[in-house]
Design a protein around this ligand. Structure first.
Ligand code: SF4
Length: 71
């Protein structure tokens, strides 16, 4: 597998005209699910990870998760 996409959070503080998000105060991925995702990527030799939201930088553990994904 070469590419995979993960949505870290539904939260967003932007107002793009083309937005179709229904809940910008919504949920975010749990720590357990993020760990599962990272393990999955390592086991399947994922080469490229696309991080989406919402606005991904609003994810509560964004910096920590970014470091975990890069390791
Ligand atoms: S969720 Fe995406 S498209 Fe919608 S306002 Fe935020 S950044 Fe823009």
């Amino acid at each position: 597998m070469k590419e995979i996409t993960i949505q870290l959070t539904e939260k967003c503080n932007l107002s793009c005209e083309y937005c179709f998000a229904e809940n910008k105060r919504g949920s975010e991925i749990s720590a357990d699910d993020l760990n599962y995702f990272i393990d999955f990527c390592k086991k399947n030799a994922v080469e490229s990870i696309h991080v989406t939201g919402g606005e991904p930088t609003l994810y509560s553990n964004f910096i920590l998760s970014y470091i975990q994904i890069l390791r």
